[in-house]
Design a protein around this ligand. Structure first.
Ligand code: ADP
Length: 650
């Protein structure tokens, strides 16, 4: 049998032959070439695949040294490698990390992967080499590498182009700003002269003009003014965009500053037969750049006058809050469709259809206004509906701490402006100030700026989107503790309750009903925090909830000590009503946790327990709580009394 150089000393038994055949089959069934060599490198055994791979017949193989399968160029070193393998023989891949190659009988070279296994047999040290042809894999790898290289090169090129383009854009932006700035200066001087001479002609100082001449000169005068306005706006926007506008913040009283603007606007308004009114809270101070604030007010007021037909009304109002002052410019004019509410603050955006018949401006006014407001740390937004007037509101820093308590501010998220108007009319005479918001996102921004005492969401038929909006509102951290009142045509729903809506009023809502609800929501407001009830018994929580709400407080609930601590982490309640006997963490433990926390140390705690307390416990609790009440005895009035004391003064 010709498997290899076998010792043929003893005659073979039949069993041996069977075994050999089996071995032969196994060898030939292997997917890789298998070659066995002795200590000198002489090949003693090969399988079918080896013959196919290398192109030698079995007989030819058996006359070869394994070194002859190594490409010519590397053959010299191979004997050395073989010897060192024999010294530290173990099963392992050969030349790991190297791109190995083998050589066929026809001297062609191909890539291989080889693993080596030592065998210690009767014939001495042998090595079995398993050789796998990896031509196809290498090809694929090379192609993959090529592709990767190409992509990398392309990406680098794209990046380079992008950087270049960015640099070009920056440069052209800068050039544009510089060009605009210098052009504007250049244009202003001749315009100044044109306007001046046109005015002289209109005044007829150099002799009378006929009607036609008057009309011509007046056209020149008007259009020159328009051009001047455009140039001024362009100059402003380019300055802002180039970051070259400086703001000189100072603290000053709002009323006289506003009056200056009103004086300027009044002739225009009166000329159109508009009523112009002002409603400021007493003694409002702002911190702003005086000139820029004036510019913002002028822009908003001249828009209001421009877009309000004869007989209408324009009103400016302002209210001071803790950190910001909100200034509103309200008109009864043409209004703006919701889809344009954001776009009107873009450069050169003008709403064609609503402004029909009204002489167009530059389309830059609001873009500049928005930037001026924001660069001074404020916000600006609009609430409007076509045909129902517009309210522009912007905020500016307060110039001093509030001296007197401001009127409670209610933020109305309006679904339908007409209905919202009714709510405003209910609230305003009762000492509430109101502001509008068109959606949850806007409400969140406004609430962040002004921290209103309550939010009223006016919905006609609440849809799942509306509930989603309320969920979003609740999700904003600053709004978490602001009471939300929903007004809609539907009955109160579980959905609303689950979202933490504080009150749900079903339309038609009467004035008294709304005001009572708001009064309650706002009353529990000191610090806008609610009372945290900690009790493991659901009935006890429900009862306390009802009592607290009835008394005008808002309540939060925890059914265990752990939950209570977690809730307090988020927001400190105005007071804690604490049961002592609870599974898990006891009331005593909650109390000592609360007293240890630096920021929670001030929270007044009222103990309401069914537990018989011994003298020691009572002494201990007295030190840490404002009242200890027993569930069996009359506790309702003492509880409310204690709350009145601590929550009002907190
Ligand atoms: P313009 O110079 O055209 O007034 P603005 O940037 O000031 O440019 O305003 C952009 C557009 O917003 C106006 O063209 C107009 O369509 C709309 N707009 C602004 N203010 C009002 C308003 N009070 N009432 C109705 N539409 C307004």
């Amino acid at each position: 049998m010709g498997t290899g150089r076998m010792k043929m000393g003893k005659p073979m038994k039949e069993g041996d032959t069977r075994e050999l055949n089996r071995f032969r089959e196994l060898l030939d069934a292997a997917p890789d070439a298998i070659i066995e060599a002795d200590a000198q490198g002489r090949i003693v055994l090969v399988n079918e695949i080896a013959q196919r791979l290398f192109g030698y017949s079995r007989e030819e193989f058996l006359a070869l040294s394994i070194d002859e399968l190594v490409p010519d160029a590397m053959r010299g070193e191979h004997a050395g490698h073989r010897e060192s393998f024999a010294k530290r023989a173990s099963t392992r891949p050969m030349g790991s990390g190297l791109a190995l190659r083998a050589q066929r009988k026809d001297r062609s070279v191909f890539p291989v992967e080889i693993s080596l296994s030592p065998i210690h047999s009767d014939d001495g040290f042998h090595v079995i080499a398993t050789v796998r042809d990896v031509t196809a894999r290498r090809l694929a790898e090379e192609r993959f590498q090529e592709m990767q290289d190409r992509f990398t090169r392309e990406l680098e090129e794209k990046n380079r182009q992008l950087q270049q383009r960015n640099a070009e854009v920056e440069r052209s932006d800068r050039l544009k700003s510089e060009f605009l700035a210098s052009m504007s200066h250049e244009l202003r001087s001749p315009l100044h002269t044109i306007i001046g001479f046109a005015e002289l002609l209109i005044e007829e100082l150099e002799g009378p003009l006929n009607e036609k001449q008057k009309r011509f000169v007046s056209n020149i005068h008007q259009d020159s003014h328009h051009l001047l306005a455009l140039i001024n706006d362009l100059l402003d926007i380019s300055k802002i965009e180039a970051g070259r506008m400086e703001f000189h913040l100072e603290k000053f009283a709002l009323a006289p500053a506003l009056e200056e603007v009103m004086e300027m606007i009044r002739p225009q308004a009166e000329g159109k037969g508009l009523r112009l009114t002002v409603g400021l809270d007493e003694g409002i101070f702002v911190e702003a750049d005086r000139l820029r604030l004036r510019q913002v007010l002028t822009n908003l007021l001249s828009n209001a006058v421009k877009f309000t037909p004869a007989g209408g009304e324009v009103r400016v109002a302002a209210q001071a809050r803790a950190r910001k002052v909100a200034i509103s410019v309200v008109d009864s004019g043409v209004g703006i469709a919701r889809e344009d509410h954001d776009a009107i603050f873009d450069k050169f955006y003008q709403v064609g259809s609503t402004t029909k018949g009204v002489r167009e401006g530059t389309g830059l006014g609001l873009a500049i206004t928005k930037r001026l407001v924001e660069q001074q740390g404020g916000r600006i937004w609009v609430c409007s509906e076509p045909g129902r007037g517009s309210t522009f509101v912007f905020t500016v820093k307060t110039g001093q701490g509030c001296t007197e308590a401001p009127r409670p501010l209610v933020l109305i998220i309006e679904d339908e402006p007409r209905a919202a108007e009714l709510l405003v009319n209910y609230m305003a005479p009762e000492g509430f100030s109101t502001l509008c918001a068109a959606n949850a996102q806007q409400a969140a921004t406004i609430a962040n700026e002004l921290e209103p005492e309550a939010i009223v969401v006016d919905l006609s038929m609440p849809t799942s989107e509306d509930w989603q909006m309320i969920r979003e509102l609740r999700g904003y951290q600053r709004l978490e503790s602001i009471p939300i009142v929903v007004v809609s045509v539907t009955e109160e729903s579980d959905e609303a309750r689950a979202l933490g809506v504080d009150a749900h009023l079903t339309k038609p809502v009467g004035k008294r009903q709304l005001l009572d609800t708001l009064a309650k929501a706002v009353k529990s407001e000191p610090g806008r925090r609610s009372i945290l009830v900690v009790d493991d018994e659901p009935m006890a929580r429900e009862l306390l909830g009802a009592i607290l709400r009835e008394a005008g407080y808002s309540a939060e609930f925890a059914s265990s000590g752990e939950e209570a601590l977690a809730l307090m982490e988020r927001a400190a309640p105005a007071a804690l009503i604490l049961d002592l006997m609870m599974p898990g963490m006891s009331g005593f433990e909650v109390l000592s946790h609360v007293r240890e926390k630096a920021n929670a140390g001030e929270i007044p705690v009222i103990v309401l327990t069914g537990l018989e307390l011994n003298r020691g416990d009572t002494e201990l609790l007295k030190k840490k709580t404002v009242a200890i009440l027993r569930k069996g005895q009359s506790w309702k009035q003492p509880l409310l009394g204690a709350l009145r004391k601590v929550v009002r003064t907190s």
